[in-house]
Design a protein around this ligand. Structure first.
Ligand code: BGC
Ligand code: MG
Length: 580
């Protein structure tokens, strides 16, 4: 693959469109009821057709699979049900051949109790190298007050090990002991894992649970300076040895702490923008665009070479972790009236059911995902509007088999249905007779085809990924309006969060020539003046207009007529890159 994106000199991840996929859940090539690498490889043309440019794979390493593989038992191999390391290499080669980058998981914070490291540690004498691999204590009283993340499953961050005769620290399940990153041996062992996968040709790694790497008494044991020191070391190591690799932080934190994972451009290249996800769902519920605006106001600028990874849904619950209780309750009422759908201060639902299977809301949310700053991350199955099953344990309900056709097991596997790793969604309207990839690929009006067009539009307009960003002022807060622009390009995005018709007029004086509608639903351009657009918007309507910018000395869309609430919104400054 070429090192850089086709045009200009931008790192690949700044213009990527990422698809999150689980090997286990995508396609079963050998009929054992479990998806595998050969199956995923067979289905790569489908992903290329959809138009995504990078795949992020959930953990596929040997593991007891008590946390879907985030409980790693061996970092340098493939889980036997998913195939072999050779199958992985074949997959990687085929993906690269189709122009798809591959991002894998780096679980730094913990291992499975089954990992050899833990087995050695629990029998090693205190003070020895192996004992120091994990965080042991004689009492469960250390690091008091540190929150328990999997609050529906665990009462404490300490668990007693009768073999070691001591307590070990775990931020997640008790079968996932935290590694002791204070040990140089642990750090080296992890760098060795990084070398292994990047050495094989993997393009990026997602740093799972990155805020929790170190523990210090009297702190919340999150986002500690030691963690940032380690990340700088990791980044230096990667940049020294490899070219063009990407590190992606998973840190569900408030904006300032989240931004810290970029360092000054010397820690992670990307980070998930958790607060944005939540604000999109809140804004839709409250029919108020200012909820989204405040995220940008609270978010400090990010370094030039960095990029947000933005998403609507993923393999976890929609996190309500960082919000006050009152706000959490409001979200539960709006999006998870059924208590079965709530989990660990979050909502375990896929996109379509979260939005009541309302096509216009699904389009609107995806439209925002693709037009706001950042690199969008899609979750497998959401491109066809798959449903979920809140009666399956933990987060299993959003991790069911991909629905390929209306045939046996939704075309995912030829195994007997009882042998599937999880049952296929069978309740209407999300059952595979109604929701499957095959029928949608032959239907111009399907969600798959719409998503493909959206991705196509986004790929034609790189200004959406790398252009600057500014909200347009107009008094109707039920409509979100903003521009993305570079020296030569300008796009205007309009999105109505309202369930009723709305009218807006936005001022715009820095364009030249014709205005082109790139993608839209339910919007009529009522008036196109030299200096303004007048629009009438149906419920949840959206549109993206593109035009050329008037040449001028300034690279900001000058125009007194496009004032912002704050003169220099952080995101406008942070999106400095422009292709010339
Ligand atoms: C992953 C979860 C996982 C947890 C513990 C995360 O944040 O996204 O799926 O359970 O880390 O590894
Ligand atoms: Mg299989």
């Amino acid at each position: 693959m070429s090192n850089k994106s086709g045009m200009g000199n931008l790192p690949w991840y700044k213009e990527a469109i990422i698809y999150e996929v689980h090997v286990r859940g995508f396609y079963d090539s050998n009929g054992d009821g479990v998806g595998d690498f050969q199956g995923l490889t067979q289905k790569l043309p489908y992903l290329a057709e959809l138009g995504v440019t990078a795949l992020w794979l959930l953990p596929f390493y040997p593991s007891p699979l008590k946390d879907e593989g985030y409980d790693v038992a061996d970092y340098k191999d493939v889980h036997p049900s998913y195939g072999s390391l050779d199958d992985f290499k074949e997959f990687l080669k085929t993906a690269h051949g189709l122009g798809l980058r591959v991002i894998t998981e780096l679980v730094l914070n913990h291992t499975s109790v089954r990992h050899q490291w833990f087995q050695r540690s629990r029998t090693a004498k205190p003070g020895t190298k192996w004992r120091e691999f994990y965080v042991w204590s004689d009492t469960p009283d250390r690091y008091r007050g540190v929150r328990v993340i999997f609050s529906d499953f665990e009462k404490s961050n300490w668990a007693w090990d009768p073999v070691a005769n001591a307590y070990y620290w775990h931020r997640f399940f008790s079968h996932q002991p935290d590694l002791n990153l204070d040990s140089q041996d642990v750090q080296e062992a992890l760098l060795d894992v990084v070398d292994f996968w990047f050495g094989l040709g993997v393009d990026g790694m997602r740093l799972d649970a990155v805020p929790y790497l170190f523990e210090r008494e009297g702190t919340p044991c999150e986002n500690l300076p030691e963690t940032h020191e380690f990340l700088k070391k990791l980044r230096l190591h990667v940049d020294d040895k490899f070219k063009d690799k990407m590190l992606l932080a998973e840190a569900d934190q408030l904006p300032p702490e989240e931004v810290a994972y970029f360092g000054s451009g010397n820690e992670c290249n990307m980070a998930f923008q958790f607060p944005l996800t939540l604000s999109l769902f809140e804004a839709l519920e409250l029919e108020d665009g200012s909820v989204i605006r405040s995220v940008y106001e609270e978010t400090p600028p990010i370094p030039k070479t960095c990029q947000w990874a933005t998403f609507l849904r993923n393999h976890d619950q929609l996190s309500l972790e960082m919000v006050p209780e009152e706000q959490r309750d409001r979200m539960y009422l709006a999006y998870a009236k059924d208590e079965n759908c709530r989990l660990n201060r979050g909502i375990r639902r896929r996109l379509a059911p979260l939005l009541g299977n309302d096509r216009s809301k699904i389009e609107l949310m995806n439209f925002l995902l693709f037009t706001l700053p950042g690199t969008p991350v899609l979750y497998y199955g959401d491109e066809i509007g798959m449903g979920d099953n809140c009666r399956l344990p933990d987060r299993g309900g959003v991790r069911t088999p991909m629905q390929w056709s209306s045939g046996l097991n939704a075309g995912f596997s030829v195994a007997n249905p009882s042998r599937l790793y999880l049952p296929v969604i069978s309740d209407p309207p999300y059952d595979c007779r109604t929701v499957n990839a095959l029928s949608q690929r032959h239907d111009e009006s399907s969600l798959f085809e719409w998503t493909r067009r959206l991705i196509g539009t986004a790929s034609r307009l790189p200004v959406l990924r790398t252009g600057r960003f500014q909200f347009l002022e107009q008094p109707n807060t039920r409509v979100l309006s903003f521009i993305r622009y570079s020296r030569s390009e300008l796009v205007v995005a309009m999105a109505s969060l309202s369930h009723r018709p709305e009218e807006v007029r936005v001022a715009l004086d820095n364009h030249k020539g014709a205005i082109r509608t790139e993608i839209s639903r339910g919007i009529t351009l009522e008036a196109l003046g030299r200096r303004s657009l007048g629009l009438s918007l149906g419920p949840h309507a959206y549109a993206l207009y593109s035009m050329a910018r008037k040449p001028g000395p300034s690279s900001r869309p000058h125009g007194t007529s496009i004032p912002t609430r704050r003169r220099h919104p952080p995101q406008a400054r942070q999106q400095e890159e422009e292709r010339s």
